[in-house]
Design a protein around this ligand. Structure first.
Ligand SMILES: Cc1ncc(COP(=O)(O)O)c(C=O)c1O
Length: 367
């Protein structure tokens, strides 16, 4: 039985304390090391910088605690997703991917899985269970999907996929372990781009894989060691620091997003709005059941590409940028990357600015 988010958050900053000896530094030391002192029998010791690093251990301990499952750190979200694909799939396998999720996952499958004899199909997140899961080795969920914010029922999809013999991987990037707990809902593996809210300061790329399946964790760990897709110790140290404040940032971001989404919904310049926390949103009923919070991403559609660009570039408290989850509010038009959304669709990532200041700036930019 997993703890409440509040209980988990309260204990998180004190995890290290249990291991401290008198005189040890309280904060996690940054260990930059390719070599370790290793005379004689190497077993049971840190051996080499591609195999082990004490700063990775520190951030993985926090991620494991947050996920309630062993976690393995990677240098980016895509490195985490790649580790799952390349360590668990083999020629002849079939994979199901969301047609409306983060596009790079699909490009990776097209460019590298397909030539290896691993086929894939695409399905819209809002109808993910339609058609069943027969014949799939791996079912990949992304919910809420980035950028459209449709969601799928993790528990029902996991049960159906398991009955069909598939493993279920959930990309939880848009929610973090404080907002949604796919492993508790039945997914086998969680992947996340900790580049986003977990690090939270837009200065690092990072990712992790978490699973209660020992064989899956062993496989992704071996993949990391052999492929060399390892995180830098400094990046791990920064993510460790970011995780210490994730709960307070995420709480502020989600609360502000709810306030702003409610106001945007009635704004005359907003032609359409997606936010799972709004009654009437197609995602709302399911979101209430499976998500702890409704997230900090809002999808709003303005009249045209020009209207969207002038909103994004004209708002004093919106950073025009790709990516999301930083302390600063940011936004972009996803059509510029080819996502299947309207030209005026803006993905708004609500940050940690005081909400009334942020709303005033948004309202002014929409005039
Ligand atoms: C849902 C989702 N998954 C994975 C990734 C990839 O993360 P990274 O850029 O750290 O490789 C992203 C990046 O935007 C994302 O939005």
């Amino acid at each position: 039985m997993s703890e409440t988010p509040a209980a988990r958050a309260a204990k998180l900053s004190h995890l290290r304390r249990r291991k401290l000896k008198k005189g040890d530094p309280v904060p996690l030391p940054l260990t930059m090391a390719a070599m370790f002192n290793l005379p004689g029998d190497p077993r049971g010791f840190a051996q080499y910088g591609r195999f082990d690093n004490p700063t990775w251990d520190g951030v993985e301990e926090m991620l494991s605690y947050l996920e309630d499952a062993p976690a393995v750190a990677f240098p980016s979200g895509m490195a985490a997703i790649s580790a799952v694909f390349f360590s668990l799939l083999k020629s002849g396998d079939r994979v199901l991917l969301p047609s409306d999720g983060y596009y790079t996952t699909r490009v990776l499958a097209e460019r590298f899985l397909k030539p290896m004899g691993i086929s894939f199909d695409l399905r819209a997140t809002g109808a993910y269970r339609d058609g069943g899961f027969d014949g799939y080795r791996l079912v990949f969920l992304e919910t809420p999907a980035n950028p459209g914010l449709d969601i799928c029922d993790i528990a029902a999809a996991s049960a159906a996929a398991h009955a069909a013999g598939a493993i279920v991987v959930a990309d939880n990037t848009t929610m973090t372990p404080y907002g949604q707990r796919p492993l508790d809902l039945g997914a086998d593996i969680v992947v996340s781009a900790d580049t986003k809210a977990p690090n939270g300061h837009s200065d690092v790329l990072f990712g992790h894989v978490a699973s209660r399946d020992e064989a899956a964790i062993a496989a992704v760990k071996e993949w990391r060691k052999l492929s060399g897709a390892i995180p830098g110790p400094f990046e791990a140290w920064l993510v460790h620091r970011g995780l210490e404040t994730l709960e307070v940032r995420f709480d502020r971001m989600c609360s502000s997003a709810e306030t702003i989404a409610r106001r945007l919904k009635h704004h005359p310049k907003v032609k359409a709005l997606r936010f799972p926390g709004l009654e009437g949103d197609p995602s709302h009923n399911l979101a209430r059941v499976q998500m702890q919070r409704f997230g900090f991403l809002i999808g709003l559609t303005l009249e045209s590409e020009e209207a969207a660009e002038s909103f994004i570039q004209g708002c004093a408290l919106i950073q025009p940028a790709t990516s999301f989850g930083g302390v600063h509010t940011s936004a972009e038009r996803r059509a510029r990357w080819g996502d299947a959304v309207a030209p005026g669709f803006v993905r708004l990532s609500v940050g940690c600015e005081p909400v009334e200041e942020l709303w005033a700036a948004i309202e002014e930019a929409l005039l």
